[in-house]
Every structure is written in structure tokens, then in C-alpha cells.
Design a protein around this ligand. Sequence first.
Ligand code: PAF
Length: 280
Amino acid sequence: MVIFSENEKLTPTIVELKNQNKTIGFIPTMGALHDGHMSLVKASKEQNDYTVVSIFVNPTQFNNPDDLAKYPRTEEKDKELLIKNGCDFLYIPTISDLYLENEKAKHYDFGTIDQVMEGKSRPGHFDGVATIVSKLLRIVQPTNAYFGEKDFQQIRIIQEMVKQENLNVNIIPMPIFRADTGLALSSRNARLNDKQVNEAPFIYKILTDAVNLKKQGKKIDEVKKNVEDSFNNSPFKLEYFEITDEETLLPITNFSDSKNVRGFIVAHAGDIRLIDNIKF
Ligand code: PAF
């Protein structure tokens, strides 16, 4: 694996490979890598000639400075995991490689899709995500870029940004990677204590229960109430549970209102924010 920390060296390497008609798969990450990221690396390796992973904890997408400070950083372990999984290029830029001094996130207009759920709970978050992903895609110039559906709303935002900026890249959504217990893998899980790790699969159980209730003919209001009630006696605090259309991300009132319906949940284990979703 070749490690780059300067854009000036990475971009020409990629351009040269693309001139030889090679395809490039790209997985942008904030590090603290886990098997979920490795499932993206595996897909990229199967579908492209070369795979690039970036590790950059992007400050402009954190609306809470405490969350940024506590974000897990495990660079040496990450490198080992990437080598083991056959990653070709690792890009680890510094803040000044990507941002000018005092540069803020660009302000995007994504219509309603960044005003609901994560956009509403974390003001400015998606401007930060779109800004950094746009910068990274321009530097890495991949053929295909891979994103996990755990952050489904993030994928919708990135698809819109790519459309608005006319970037020449395929955005490939990848299924949520779960532990055997059902817990969606996330870098933030590294902050859960043993007790919380044992309890956290509760969140996926709530989601699968919701899908089963729909199959039994329950209405959206009933499904939502069941989710809310389930949290009453749980160690987690529910922030939101929304059932929306996958394209608009706007809440629907009846399951028949949309062909592609997804349920989105955010729950707190102490000060750790856990996010998950499920297709209905
Ligand atoms: O999903 C993430 O890890 C981040 O939001 C991303 C896409 C790497 C942008 O910083």
C-alpha cells in the first residue's frame, strides 16, 4: 500500500492510471476503520483496478466540538487493516492540505433533503460533508466512490452534490454492515462500553420489529408508537424515528404513499449517538 499525504502527488498518480484506462474505486473515511469499511474496500477491489481509501476527520461536518474532540483516532491500526485487506493507496491529508485558513464549509442548497432528520438535528453537518466529499472527489478523481447505507441521508446529499457540481463519478451505496448481533458497525461504537455493546443490538431489534408490524398490516402511526413505547424501559434515549420516502426523505403518513420506504432512527447511549435505518 502506498501512502500519500500530499494532493500534488496523489492526483497525478491517479491521472496516469486513468490514462491507462484503469478504473479507480474510492472509499472516503474518517478512520477508526472497521469491518463495515472493509466491506466497501472488498467491493471496490472486486469492481475496480485500484482502490484508494482516505482518512480525514473533517472538522467542518462536526456541529459539536466535543464530538469532534472525542472522535476515535486509530491511525496505525487503520493502516494495518488496510494493508491486510489489499488497499492500494491510502490518502491521509492534513487540515491545511484541504482547507485554507479559516475556510468554512460551502453553503449548499439541497432543498428539503438536508432539512430533515440529521440535517435538522445537526445544523451545518451536511454542508460540511458535501464540502469535503467534493474536495476529495476532485483530488482522487475516482471512477466509483463507495458509501455505506448506515448514513443513508448522507448518500442522498452526496448524490445531489455530485449532480449539482457535475462530477464524473458513480456513487455506489453499499448495504449496512452489521455485527452478528444486528448492531450496525460504526466508528462511534468504539466508544461504547461492554454493557452498552451488549445492549445496543436493541436498536436493530426495534427496527426489525417495526418492519414486522408493517407486514402484519399496522399503520405508520401504530408502528411509530410501538418504537417510541419500546424506548420507555430501555437504557437508550430515542432522539427520532422517522418513516420516509427514500428519495425525498420526507415523512409519509401511509405506507402506500411511497414505493421505497425507509425507517430512520437515532438513539443515545449516554453521550454516544447511534444511528441506524431499515428498508420497509
Ligand atoms: O461517512 C463518513 O465517514 C464521512 O462523513 C465522510 C463521507 C468520510 C466525509 O467526511
